[in-house]
Design a protein around this ligand. Structure first.
Ligand SMILES: *Cc1c(COP(=O)(O)O)cnc(C)c1O
Length: 237
């Protein structure tokens, strides 16, 4: 079997599981977007995925995005930053990415705004919320979200706010995982009632290879899937 068949089969299986989760939640099958997360995988794997119809890819390092933008220039792909973004990398992100899902602080928002003005570009953003108690997880505290969105809408016109993103606690306790996703959806519902000018809230990016079904049951509109599409990641020492 070629690698191609393997990836196609993995994606077909993934879509079946996504659809089943939609059905369990009373949502239409096919209503959840699949964002392939290509971090650590090279141009060949990404080419295979584009042959299967994908044009947006999640990544977590600006340097890796730069490299892949060069390697895959002819494909005109859209890069989505999903990992922690250092403020001193705002310039690279402003040049290379179509969207940032890990926007979690004003310092970063203002740096992106300045750099985007220079580039003459605008991007979509999701605000990353910390729903898990783990110190290793990034994100804005939920109670700061309303003020954050108001400031963003006022100060950062090059950032088009679309919704929220989170990473659930890493745990075998599915109730604890579910609570993280539910907290994000409830925050999203609350923020929508505030009807903040210039803020669109209709995307919830939550769920990864290990927990996407729970995320869909709790209202994810988009899941970010790496290993279930590309295989296990190997990190250099
Ligand atoms: C790596 C990563 C993913 C994908 O993880 P998998 O478990 O490989 O599906 C999703 N979201 C974020 C923020 C990531 O860093």
């Amino acid at each position: 079997m070629s690698l191609d068949d393997n990836m196609a089969a993995r994606i077909a299986q993934l879509r079946e599981r996504m659809d089943a989760a939609c059905t369990r939640a009373g949502r239409p099958a096919g209503s959840v977007t699949l964002l392939p997360v290509s971090k650590t995988f090279g141009p060949d794997a990404i080419r295979e995925a584009t042959a299967l119809g994908f044009t947006r890819f999640g990544e977590n390092k600006t340097q890796e995005i730069r490299q892949k933008t060069g390697d895959l220039a002819e494909l005109n792909l859209q890069w989505v930053m999903i990992g922690h973004l250092q403020t001193n990398k705002a310039k690279d992100a402003a040049r290379d990415v179509a969207e940032v899902q890990s926007l979690d602080r004003l310092e970063l928002a203002h740096a992106l705004q300045r750099r985007l003005e220079t580039e003459g570009r605008e991007i979509d953003v999701l605000v990353q919320i910390k729903t898990s108690p783990e110190p290793s997880k990034y994100g804005l505290p939920p109670e700061s979200a309303a003020d954050f969105l108001r400031t963003l809408a006022r100060d950062c016109p090059a950032l088009h706010i679309q919704g929220l993103m989170t990473m659930a606690v890493q745990s075998d306790d599915t109730q604890a995982v579910r609570a993280c996703f539910r907290a994000l959806r409830e925050l999203h519902d609350h923020l929508k009632t505030l009807a903040i000018d210039g803020v669109r809230l209709d995307r919830l990016s939550m769920g990864m290879s290990g927990d996407f079904e729970i995320a869909i049951e709790e209202g994810a509109t988009e899941v970010r899937i790496g290993s279930a599409i590309f295989g296990a990641r190997q990190y250099p020492q």
